[in-house]
Design a protein around this ligand. Structure first.
Ligand SMILES: *Cc1c(COP(=O)(O)O)cnc(C)c1O
Length: 229
């Protein structure tokens, strides 16, 4: 994995630099796990309005400290345990990490009770990776009709995380396959499955992801530096 311990410039300068390379249609999401609220305020001042966390509890604490930033959208990108679903609905407008049908149905059920509509992405895993959650393509196609009954989920598209250390060519293939899967699903025209969004690309592979059609990129270390292991 590339190290990001010696980044140059301020957080704002890094954000501006990266923005310049992105088409307007790509949403830059700042991944703020283990990042201080002071650094998050710097990102906000530089125009970032999307923060992503991988743990519900960390987001809860930060949202109290950042309650004055009322126009921020919060994204959950980490695996969600079923006992945290209610809290996740309190904290996040978007959940990228819906990784199986049971979780989707539970989120839908609780969102309905709260008369809430959740922006949802389905996490897929198109390459074998023991460390990552997500649907295989075949399993997702099997579950589509059940997902289309989740009326309180506005399923915007797919999210993927590639295994670490892939060669650029292999990463590109995996991103393209994810985009193709989204296309295949979109052509089925199922209710509640928009499939326009592709959340893919992190600090070390976002440029490849954008070339393959990413509409949301999730950047942590390239903005804020390396995290504690
Ligand atoms: C941590 C994380 C990121 C950001 O990774 P960086 O390498 O720091 O850019 C993106 N997506 C998910 C799901 C993550 O957990």
């Amino acid at each position: 994995m590339t190290a990001f311990s010696q980044l140059s410039g301020t957080i704002a300068e890094r954000i501006h630099c990266i923005r310049q390379t992105l088409p307007d249609s790509v949403r830059l999401i700042a991944v703020t796990k283990q990042v201080s609220v002071a650094a998050m305020r710097e990102a906000y001042a530089a125009g970032v309005r999307d923060f992503a966390e991988n743990r519900v509890q960390e987001a809860e604490v930060k949202q109290v400290q950042l309650h004055d930033l009322t126009d921020v959208t919060w994204h959950l990108i980490g695996h969600l345990q079923s006992n945290k679903v209610q809290k996740a609905l309190d904290c996040f407008q978007w959940i990228h990490s819906i990784d199986d049908l049971k979780l989707a149905q539970r989120l839908n059920h609780l969102a309905a009770q709260r008369s809430q509509k959740l922006q949802a992405l389905l996490q897929v895993k198109l390459l074998p990776d023991p460390n990552k959650y997500g649907w295989s393509a075949a399993d997702l196609l099997r579950d589509l009709s059940a997902l289309s009954h989740c009326e309180n989920l506005s399923i915007q598209g797919l999210m993927t995380i590639l295994p670490y250390g892939l060669a650029a060519a292999d990463a590109t293939v995996a991103f393209q396959k994810t985009a193709e899967l989204a296309n295949t699903i979109r052509q089925q025209n199922l209710p509640h499955l928009q499939m326009q969004a592709l959340s893919m690309g992190m600090s070390n592979d976002y440029a490849l992801a954008v070339q393959s059609g990413a509409t949301m990129i999730r950047l942590g270390r390239i903005l804020f530096g390396d995290r504690q292991a």
